[in-house]
Design a protein around this ligand. Structure first.
Ligand SMILES: *Cc1c(COP(=O)(O)O)cnc(C)c1O
Length: 232
């Protein structure tokens, strides 16, 4: 990828984030950007870092672990994709946060592995808001019971909720996914304990991040708009 194009893409994403924030009466500084780097090579990640990006998201453990030794040590990686319990151990000391806790079983394994290393990890509970059956995540009605059990998992700081919006051109339906997540966060913001304080909303990707920001997103995860189309 051409360096000028990367720079222009990053500037353009920042500008759209700012405009969407202002449109909805929000402070643009409330919104953090995670640049999603699946299938992006380490050199390009370092270039993006040089252009001011600090936080990068990967959705596969193997790819994340391989790249982490090939990029600047200051690069922050976040695990944003579906995570299998047998891969959790590889993430200890590698990631700043995990966005995709979608079961109690996974949460317990994360707690165990990070606990063994005397670490705590910031994490998001992934919620299924789309109508398609294929997406990962807890159903909204399962959140309360999850939180009750999660209070015992002291090596995880539960800082927010995450969702993947439905893949459709129907803007109303996309908006419904994001407003569902925000309402859930608001409803459970009182559910505070030593390791639970749901503040953040990780929602919004290339095709829908402006809508997500209008609906209250605090973290957008953007790949294609920065690095171009992926060849999967
Ligand atoms: C790939 C991915 C993104 C970014 O998708 P783009 O459409 O390329 O911006 C965001 N979140 C998750 C969980 C992803 O897997």
């Amino acid at each position: 990828m051409n360096i000028d194009l990367l720079k222009r893409n990053i500037d353009s994403v920042h500008q759209k984030i700012e405009e969407a924030a202002k449109r909805s009466g929000r402070n643009p500084e409330e919104i953090k950007l995670i640049a999603v780097t699946k299938n992006v090579n380490p050199e390009l990640i370092n270039l993006a870092f040089d252009f001011g990006l600090k936080d990068f998201g990967e959705n596969r453990v193997q790819e994340l672990v391989k790249k982490i030794n090939l990029v600047y040590s200051e690069v922050n990686f976040h695990m944003i994709g579906h995570l299998q319990t047998n891969k959790v151990k590889y993430l200890v000391n590698k990631v700043k946060s995990i966005h995709s806790i979608d079961s109690l079983k996974l949460a317990k394994e994360i707690n165990k592995r990070f606990g063994e290393a005397n670490k705590t990890i910031d994490a998001f509970i992934q919620i299924h808001t789309a109508r398609e059956e294929t997406k990962f995540g807890l159903n909204p009605v399962e959140l309360e019971q999850f939180l009750i059990e999660a209070q015992n998992l002291k090596n995880i700081n539960f800082i927010g909720l995450m969702t993947i919006g439905t893949l459709t051109d129907d803007e109303k339906e996309i908006r419904r996914c994001f407003s569902t997540l925000k309402k859930l966060r608001d409803d459970y913001s009182h559910f505070k304990s030593e390791n639970i304080d749901l503040r953040e909303l990780s929602m919004g990707m290339t095709s829908d991040f402006e809508i997500a920001i209008e609906e209250g997103s605090t973290i957008v995860r953007i790949g294609t708009a920065i690095f171009g189309e992926r060849k999967n």
